[in-house]
Design a protein around this ligand. Structure first.
Ligand code: PGA
Length: 238
């Protein structure tokens, strides 16, 4: 089933997350689509307690170790105990703003899988990579950092999120998104679920599904409002 995932980034306090969950529960969800939200770690439990039970809730970032001297980090096991069923890893904001390298992103993927969570692993090229014809090479490098068994894992999904499309209002075209999906699946040698992310909104979302290759969308800004998030679900539902 198609997936609409909302990445809230550093937005929404625990109380705001609770209000969002209540709004979504009141409005009800369309059938034929899966919904998933990534709140801040502080708001995880509040959201889990209030969204309809079919909505997945995930952690945006998790340390590969279960516990230890890692100030400021939380582990996948802790997020799971708080109700998370998914985890994000490799988001370009972690890579670009916090200097996270391919190896660390891959370690985070392993930790999330070990904890029993589903993983959304984000990959994507910068505009200068695309202009120089290096998109494939960048995606292969990012995917190639994963352990073989993690790439083959049934609980791994990949989100193709070109850096230049995130939060810019310049969404990639459906052709670019489809090319990336096929390249990622070819690299993984299996038909794993690949999502597109980057300036997706209720108006442009449908075009990504026309080729039939995309498994879902990962949405930032347009996932923050419960009505807009619901519009995305309605647009994508089959
Ligand atoms: P955006 O963010 O939809 O606001 O472009 C997407 C993301 O970062 O996952």
């Amino acid at each position: 089933m198609r997936l609409v995932a909302g990445n809230w980034k550093m937005n929404k306090s625990p109380e705001e997350a609770r209000a969002f969950g209540q709004d979504l529960s009141r409005a009800g969800l369309p059938e034929g689509v899966r919904a998933l939200l990534f709140p801040t770690a502080l708001a995880l439990e509040h959201l889990v307690a209030t969204v309809p039970s079919t909505v997945g809730v995930g952690v945006q970032n998790a340390h590969p170790e279960v516990c230890g001297a890692f100030t400021g980090e939380i582990s996948a096991a802790m997020a799971k105990e708080a109700g998370a069923s998914w985890g994000l890893a490799g988001h370009s904001e972690r890579r670009e703003l916090f200097g996270e390298c391919d190896a660390l992103a891959a370690e985070r993927v392993s930790g999330l899988l070990r904890a029993g969570l589903n993983v959304m692993f984000c990959v994507g090229e910068r505009m200068e990579d695309r202009e120089r014809g290096l998109t494939d090479r960048v995606l292969r490098r990012q995917l190639g950092a994963l352990k073989e068994e993690d790439l083959a894992h049934q609980r791994l999904s990949v989100a193709y999120e070109p850096v230049w499309a995130i939060g810019s209002g310049k969404a990639a075209g459906p052709k670019e998104a489809t090319e990336a999906v096929l390249m990622i699946q070819e690299f993984a040698r299996r038909p794993l679920t690949v999502l597109y992310g980057g300036s997706v909104n209720p108006t442009n979302v449908e075009r990504y599904f026309q080729s039939g290759e995309l498994g879902g969308v990962l949405v930032g800004g347009a996932s923050l409002n419960p009505q807009t998030f619901r519009e995305l679900l309605v647009a994508v539902a089959l």
